[in-house]
Design a binder for this molecule. Structure first.
Ligand SMILES: [Zn+2]
Length: 58
């Protein structure tokens, strides 16, 4: 983290918040939404966990 400048704690805090927001947004990205019941399934899911319909793609 030396390139942020250790004496500038505000800039470091902003950078940390930016990283947290980035990961939060990336993990919240809709992965496998069921077309029938709108259940959000995991990326690896093949069948909907809610209604059992086969998810599109892959
Ligand atoms: Zn479903």
């Amino acid at each position: 983290m030396a390139f942020f400048g250790l004496e500038n704690e505000n800039l470091l805090a902003v950078a940390i918040v930016a990283v947290i927001v980035f990961f939060a947004t990336a993990s919240r990205r809709p992965s496998r939404r069921c077309s029938r019941c709108r259940e959000i399934n995991r990326e690896q899911a093949v069948y909907c966990a809610q209604c059992g319909v086969r998810l599109p793609g892959r």
